[in-house]
Design a protein around this ligand. Structure first.
Ligand code: UDX
Length: 439
């Protein structure tokens, strides 16, 4: 919404939320999320044509176009628990829109929803036989965290799904016109609503599948003399494969990949497409295995015990340039190490507040220390779990001198200079590479 406000001064954009604290943070100098470039964007438009408010009903009444971006977490109860999307917030919002509208509106589905949800929403909204008409559009968001502003400014595409009726196409065009203020027309794609909804799930499934594919082979590389980065480079030069999203890692995290794939799996199963469901399910299973493998690898290389040993986790966010820790592999790995009775120091430049919440049930066994030198001091091992730039250029000689020997470093993101670290005296274990050991 900040980007729309910035690019379209002729529109008035109001963001409403029930969470008062969150809204007051959006109105303050300390925005509730860290995202490169977002501060400047919000500050430029706020108070001009971008407003943050808790007056939801007024916001609904005043708007011609409503973007619904409420959360759709994985269901934790009942039918489809653990897989299907929990749509209660979406439905509540639809009813609230219905109760507070006295003229026609375009409703844009921004939250990622299971295929065919727009139809259900339209039934709720247009089921009252009143004079007010709602046109429901699907407009999935493809931005990635950490590069959100850049992705929104210059998207690969904008996708807008609508009904293919006269009114549906008119609403589609109206939303296309909003984006056309800064996005080239040929990048704004129209489709039917279901294709649009399914494209979002499919895009995330394909991206996650690439990570699981390269991660599966990282295990084979570790067992042989091959190097996963050399393999990724070699295959990435094939223009049909492409070189992006081929970085082997400790596993993918984030709020979308797992949730969307499980959603896709659930939909497939509900249509009796069990082979398709199993195929996509394996992408998530492989990811879980990769995280587990990382812990087991640490354990087996540290003489099969980490009990009482101090381990520094460098990076807790699910990727660099964000403070977000949702589904971060660091959560699972830290918990795994704690289960093995290790003493863990967690370090991260932006994610420590979230890390504290993620680990609050075991907080007495974890220390949260932002300074990487202090976090690694006196430790037996370092695990690099987020690819923050700051970890690339630390003074590793100084760190090694402060550690217990033999000192171990497990690079879960392949961002370090492994040969140099080995020459300094570290035992180095990197994803998809032969270990460099002094013993
Ligand atoms: C993703 C999609 O990219 C985005 O289009 C969608 O709108 C939301 O979900 P996001 O979760 O923000 O975005 O981050 P992304 O950059 O896709 O990374 C997801 C995870 O995969 C991270 O944990 C990242 O570290 C990991 N990853 C990514 C790898 O391990 N290797 C790679 O090569 C790329």
């Amino acid at each position: 919404m900040a980007m729309i406000a910035a690019k379209c001064p002729q529109y008035r954009v109001t963001v409403v939320d029930i969470n008062e604290r969150r809204i007051s943070e959006w109105n303050s100098d300390n925005l509730p999320i860290f995202e490169p470039g977002l501060d400047e964007l919000v500050k430029a438009a706020r108070g001009r044509n971008l407003f943050f408010s808790t007056e939801i009903e007024k916001g609904i009444r005043d708007a011609d176009i409503i973007f619904v971006s409420v959360n759709t977490p994985t269901k934790t109860f009942g039918q489809g628990a653990g897989m299907a999307a929990d749509l209660q917030y979406w439905e509540k919002t639809a009813r609230q829109i219905l109760a507070n509208s006295d003229r026609d509106k375009i409703i844009v589905e921004k939250s990622t929803l299971p295929v065919r949800t727009a139809k259900a929403m339209e039934r709720i909204l247009n089921g009252n036989q009143g004079n007010v008409k709602f046109e429901v559009l699907s407009n999935p968001e493809f931005l990635a965290e950490g590069s959100a502003v850049k992705d929104l400014e210059n998207p690969d595409r904008v996708l807008i799904g609508s009904r293919e009726t006269g009114e549906g196409l008119k609403a589609r065009k109206e939303l296309m016109d909003v984006y056309a203020n800064w996005v080239q027309r040929e990048k704004i794609i129209g489709s039917n609503v279901w294709s649009s909804e399914l494209s979002k799930l499919t895009a995330n499934a394909f991206l996650a599948q690439r990570v699981s594919s390269i991660n599966s082979l990282s295990a084979l590389c570790e067992a042989t003399e091959a190097d996963i980065e050399e393999v990724a480079y070699a295959i990435g030069t094939d223009s049909r494969i492409g070189n992006k999203f081929l970085k082997a890692s400790v596993g993918f995290g984030g709020s979308c990949f797992k949730k969307d794939i499980l959603n896709l799996v659930y939909i497939c199963r509900s249509y009796g497409l069990n082979e398709v469901a199993d195929y996509w399910d394996s992408v998530v299973r492989l990811n879980e295995w990769q995280e587990k493998r990382f812990v087991l690898n640490m354990l087996s290389n540290m003489f099969n015990t980490v009990a009482g040993k101090k381990i520094a986790v460098l990076g807790f966010a699910f990727k660099a340039n964000t403070g977000d820790t949702r589904e971060s592999p660091a959560i699972y790995i830290t918990r795994g190490l704690i289960e093995e009775r290790a003493l863990v120091n967690v370090s991260d430049p932006k994610a420590l507040d979230n890390a504290r919440l993620d680990l609050k049930d075991i907080k007495e066994r974890v220390e949260f220390i932002e300074d990487p030198y202090r976090a690694t001091e006196g430790s037996h091992a370092i695990a690099v779990l987020t690819e923050w730039d700051i970890y690339k250029n630390l003074d590793y000689k100084r760190i090694l001198d402060s550690m217990v020997k033999p000192a171990f470093i497990f690079d879960g993101r392949n961002i370090l200079n492994h040969r140099e670290l080995f020459d300094l005296g570290f035992n180095v274990f990197a994803i998809g590479k032969a270990p460099l050991k002094h013993f």
